[in-house]
Write a protein that binds this ligand. Structure first.
Ligand SMILES: C[S@@+](CC[C@H](N)C(=O)[O-])C[C@H]1O[C@@H](n2cnc3c(N)ncnc32)[C@H](O)[C@@H]1O
Length: 279
């Protein structure tokens, strides 16, 4: 993968755009771990990140969750014996994580903090691993700054495990192109931030190929491996296909499991899961 190249300053997200994204997620926090944020296809992808983090970071370590949402991952990792600092830019999401930890009796293992990925300089702890699930890093104004902050916060040899929204999603291309919605079909090709609607709000999102994403981290992190998530399976918002023929789609899921890390295939999919190691 190539040399680091900074995104032009004018293409970086501004304060108003960050607040748009915050309001969008605040508006859905109440029911986000229902069908919207945690349907069967999302749970399947979530399981892959859980197992990857468990393999890459020793149990008992302190983890940082960037963009924790309602705290489903943080609670799972607390149950697996990690200490978790769960951060999110949406105060409503942080509230959901905090109450989930209280209900589970895991307040001593999960600390929820209102902190955007653009504010990581405010953290002083040291972490054995940092993870981020389902695209919070697609909302980061500057990945180079994220890479520097992660390097500062991680112990030497510590791991990053990120699931990131990718650029090439064949299901999405086919689904929208067949309906004549060509602009929607091509949204992941946008250079710079794309305005994506959710619940009558706007999320400002960058899309990445794995190699574009890794470029920002390359000076400080070695690339361990990456794989496609939901390449043969449809993306989670097309879960109705899956529900019509579960048995058949489970076979596609197994193709994801077996083939998703192969060259070329790993560059596609709804998301990609990338693991990097602090040099
Ligand atoms: C698709 S949700 C995923 C949530 C959670 N990781 C999960 O797996 O359910 C994206 C999350 O990123 C958060 N987010 C958006 N912009 C962010 C930012 N600038 N910094 C930190 N979190 C952000 C949102 O508030 C939301 O909780």
């Amino acid at each position: 993968m190539g040399q680091a190249s900074r995104r032009p300053a004018e293409a970086s997200l501004n304060e108003a755009q960050l607040l748009d994204t915050q309001r969008a997620f605040d508006s859905v926090a109440e029911d986000y771990d229902g069908p919207r944020g945690n349907n069967e296809l999302i749970q399947r992808m979530r399981g892959t990140l859980w197992d990857t983090v468990s393999r890459e970071v020793p149990a008992g370590a302190q983890l940082l969750d960037i963009g924790c949402g309602t705290g489903l991952d943080a609670i799972e990792f607390a149950r697996r014996g990690y200490q978790v600092v769960a951060s999110d830019w949406s105060p409503a999401m942080v509230g959901r994580t905090r109450s989930r930890a209280a209900v589970a009796g895991l307040e001593s293992s999960v600390v929820a903090v209102h902190l955007g990925v653009q504010q990581l300089d405010q953290l002083q702890e040291e972490f054995g691993g940092i993870y981020s699930n389902f695209g919070p890093l697609n909302c980061a104004p500057d990945l180079h700054v994220v890479a520097q902050e992660c390097a500062r916060l991680l112990k030497p040899g510590g791991k990053l495990v990120f699931s990131v929204i990718g650029r090439i999603c064949p299901w999405e291309l086919g689904h929208y192109a067949l309906r004549g919605r060509f602009r929607r079909a091509s949204v992941r090709g946008t250079r710079g931030p794309a305005a994506v609607g959710m619940n009558k709000h706007t999320i400002w999102t960058y899309y990445y190929l794995p190699r574009e994403f890794y470029r920002a981290f390359a000076p400080l992190f070695s690339l361990e491996h990456y794989r496609a998530l939901s390449l043969f399976m449809p993306p989670p918002y097309l879960v109705h296909y899956y529900r019509r023929r579960r048995h058949w789609y489970e076979r596609l899921g197994r193709l994801d499991d077996h083939l998703g890390a192969l060259p070329l295939l790993r560059d596609m999919g709804d998301h990609f899961l990338i693991v990097m190691r602090r040099r």
